[in-house]
Design a protein around this ligand. Structure first.
Ligand SMILES: Nc1ncnc2c1ncn2[C@@H]1O[C@H](COP(=O)(O)OP(=O)(O)OP(=O)(O)O)[C@@H](O)[C@H]1O
Ligand SMILES: [Mg+2]
Length: 543
């Protein structure tokens, strides 16, 4: 991994990229990359030390008296002097986001941006001046004035290459050697193999920290520590606040899926197949199987898209991380892209996991239609997301859901991004009967007294189908059916004359409500979302 990144940075320097942004907080790791990539002199500025000589890490008071702006101006001005060492150098600036924050509208910020701009232009247009600025900062929102001079390089976390695996094993060994005195080599190798999958996707810094915590409980590392590692990863997600960890039901076995999702058989079969790969990912990978990318669920409101995303995580036995595109949108230009990058990075650190992007069309609808600043930012977010999906090697299984795909750009739906796109339509009669059975028995609803006829239907799917047909639930969604049952159960509880749940009560409840189809038929735009697009159906037969 490191070799590729080093080559990339060297190439950028060779082709005169004036400013390189590395959005990373692991300075130790980044320093190692820069040391290998740099050909000329390197100077560094960080808020703790001021200006530093790179190799010696000794403080260089003479440059701008430690001040960022003064130092940069000194370097910028002396760049013009012929024959100085400054003409061919790398300036590393760490954690400068506070100085460039858009809400800080002071003279120093303006001067700082202008100086960086001038230095960038010198780099581009003045022959002989080869000062490259490398900014290392995970929080920086690039000011608009500098955008065209900046290229971003991300140093990926330790992932799935053989080289990365060896690095992670090396880190585990270092911890092991320090703390575990009387364990055998075999034991060590076994533990390393067991811990390895959960440590992928993190940086060296994060792995060190998590292993320190794991060791501190009992002074040694065992497979037991995997649980702690997972907990630590989840704490990391909460701390960052960009993704929500969603609780999901625990399934005893794959067939338990039918207790939660009625119908959608094609999708359930598909998910069960993927579960086999995800549960044995290391083994599958060693035999040439690639990491599944994800699933795009398109369809009518209330028909089980969100439900399916939750149950997929249950089935795969991995955490479910929900990404709310709306909350990625920052107030400041460029902030949204940074948020999305960080969210993806966190998901990779937590892998294996399901990354659920709900209502994705709300974020990316109409991308590319107009040329304002907000749209540019969306375009970049969209581009970043698509290229990540395309190149993704980690076990982050993406489930995106949307009601209306027509507003999404076509690139989104191209093969190679998602493994499969399913249309989740309104349930057919069999599915309605299954959904009815699930919701009549869900949680404490099982305790609501029911008439013999209702109980008969719960025992026999053919009877349930007949009852559903006579109820007349044409155009009902799963959510409609659930709402109907809720209403009927409430009636049984409140109304003293009604001692048990009957088909009549359900019929009366139905008369009080409107189905999704009735609601949508009144709105031309919404009505279109009821039409089946040209995708595989999640159900096994058409409704
Ligand atoms: N196939 C189904 N099986 C069981 N319950 C279902 C099914 N479809 C919908 N439901 C019920 O309806 C509720 C709402 O469904 P869900 O949130 O999954 O809909 P959605 O397709 O994500 O809708 P939206 O487009 O509005 O987000 C579910 O929590 C569940 O209780
Ligand atoms: Mg939903």
């Amino acid at each position: 991994m490191a070799k590729k990144i080093i080559e990339r940075i060297q190439k950028m320097i060779d082709v005169n990229i004036p400013i390189i942004l590395i959005p990373d907080h692991d300075f130790w790791r980044v320093d190692n990359v820069i040391v290998d990539a740099a050909k000329g002199f390197v100077k560094e500025w960080n808020p703790a030390d001021g200006w530093l000589g790179w190799k010696s890490k000794s403080i260089k008071e003479e440059i701008g008296h430690g001040n960022l702006l003064n130092g940069l101006q000194t370097i910028y001005k002396s760049n013009g002097d012929p024959g100085t060492e400054h003409r061919n150098q790398i300036i590393v600036l760490k954690n400068i986001h506070d100085y460039l924050r858009p809400e800080v509208m002071d003279e120093n910020r303006t001067k700082l941006i202008a100086t960086l701009q001038m230095m960038a232009q010198d780099r581009l247009y003045c022959e002989g001046i080869q000062t490259t600025i490398i900014i290392v900062d995970p929080w920086l929102t690039i000011p608009e004035e500098l955008k065209k001079y900046v290229s971003i390089v991300e140093i990926p976390p330790l992932g799935n290459t053989k080289e990365d695996e060896e690095t992670i094993k090396g880190i585990i060994r270092e911890h092991w050697d320090v703390n575990a005195f009387d364990s055998s080599k075999d034991e060590e190798e076994k533990t390393i193999q067991e811990l390895l999958p959960n440590l992928k996707g993190m940086t060296r810094f994060e792995i060190d920290r998590i292993l320190d915590i794991a060791m501190s409980s009992n002074g040694t590392l065992t497979a037991e520590d995997n649980r702690r590692i997972v907990e630590e990863k989840q704490a990391m997600v909460r701390k960052e606040g960009l993704l929500e960890i969603v609780n999901t039901p625990v399934l005893k076995n794959d067939d338990d899926l039918d207790k939660y999702i009625g119908g959608l058989e094609n999708m359930k079969t598909y998910l069960k197949r993927k579960a086999k790969i995800i549960a044995n990912f290391n083994d599958a990978q060693s035999q040439g199987v690639e990491a599944p990318k994800g699933l795009f669920l398109v369809g009518v409101a209330g028909c089980g898209k969100s439900l399916s995303a939750k149950l997929a995580a249950s089935l795969f036995k991995v955490p479910l991380l929900k990404l709310d595109m709306g909350s990625m949108m920052g107030k400041y230009l460029g902030e949204s892209e940074g948020n999305l990058r960080r969210a993806i990075r966190i998901a990779e650190a937590v892998a294996p996991c399901v990354l659920w992007i709900d209502e994705i069309e709300k974020a990316f609808a109409g991308v590319g239609n107009s040329g304002d600043g907000q749209n540019d930012s969306l375009m970049r977010m969209f581009g970043h997301f698509l290229s990540w999906m395309q190149e993704k090697k980690s076990m982050v299984y993406v489930i995106a859901t949307a009601n209306n795909v027509k507003t999404l750009p076509p690139e989104f739906k191209r093969k190679g991004r998602f493994d499969e796109i399913f249309f989740v339509g309104r349930p057919n009669t069999t599915e309605k009967a299954q959904i009815m059975s699930i919701h009549l028995e869900k949680g404490n609803r099982a305790k609501c007294p029911k008439s013999q006829e209702v109980r008969n239907a719960l025992k026999n799917m053919e009877v349930m189908k007949r009852q559903v047909t006579s109820l007349g639930l044409d155009g009902y969604s799963g959510a409609d059916i659930e709402a109907l049952i809720k209403e009927a159960i409430e009636t049984v509880y409140i109304d003293a004359n009604k001692k048990e749940l009957t088909w009549d009560i359900l019929k009366q409840s139905k008369a009080k409500m409107k189905s999704i189809t009735e609601i949508y038929n009144g709105d031309q735009e919404l009505k279109k979302t009821l039409e089946k697009p040209d995708y595989a159906t999640a159900a096994s037969q058409e409704s």
